[in-house]
Design a protein around this ligand. Structure first.
Ligand code: TYD
Length: 192
């Protein structure tokens, strides 16, 4: 099973993925986690570009679109490992939410693996801005408002669960477990 976590910056994806991984392992599942952008050479280049002040301009966004697609092409085989549950921190759906134009991004990601389950951690934009460092150019209110709207439209295309990420860590974690449990035959009422 390929589970993808998406959400605007600061939504808590990293923490929640770790908690979900531990819980699934306690329930006897083999789990692997992945992060996009990866730590490949392409991923490192992406992180440098994200810190540029002009990262939201049209030409840099198109360049990032290419780089993100190339970075994920490099992990394509890992995503197809069916012997375990793969939980990914972001996917091509991030590119669709953050980069433009949509038709260009769709073409670049034509071969990207679709999630079996998409979990959207839905956070208020103001909270996102307060939680993030502001180091990346994407971490500003206007840009993230657009990204959040994009996400809410995009999720409809996939098997998905929207989780309110404005709550505390434990509440969000238990909401995620309750959302994931039915897909894996785990007893929903047993979750605290
Ligand atoms: P993020 O998960 O926020 O990394 P970190 O925890 O190091 O801040 O990802 C970095 C940024 O990259 C984030 O602002 C979202 C952006 N991004 C895209 O714009 N397109 C993509 O396809 C991906 C995977 C990420």
């Amino acid at each position: 099973m390929y589970i993808v976590f998406e959400g605007i910056d600061g939504a808590g994806k990293t923490t929640q993925i770790q908690l979900l991984k531990e819980w699934l392992e306690d329930n006897g599942f083999r789990v692997e986690t992945l992060v996009e952008p990866t730590d490949s050479e392409v991923g490192k280049l992406i992180r440098r570009i994200l810190q540029r002040q002009d990262a939201t301009t049209d030409v840099v966004q198109k360049t990032l679109g290419l780089l993100f697609a190339a970075d994920r092409m490099l992990i394509m085989d890992e995503l197809s490992d069916e012997s375990k549950i793969i939980i990914s921190d972001r996917s091509f759906i991030s590119s669709l939410a953050y980069q433009e134009p949509a038709d260009w991004i769709e073409v670049l990601n034509r071969y990207a693996k679709k999630p079996d389950l998409l979990i959207l951690l839905d956070l208020d934009v103001k909270k996102s801005v307060a939680r993030t460092s502001g180091e990346d150019t994407f971490e500003n209110e206007e840009f993230l408002t657009k990204v959040k709207d994009n996400y809410l439209n995009l999720v409809k295309n996939y098997e998905h669960q929207i989780i309110d990420a404005n709550n505390g860590v434990n509440k969000v974690s238990s909401d995620i477990k309750k959302a994931v449990a039915p897909y894996l035959g785990i007893c929903q009422d047993c979750i605290l």
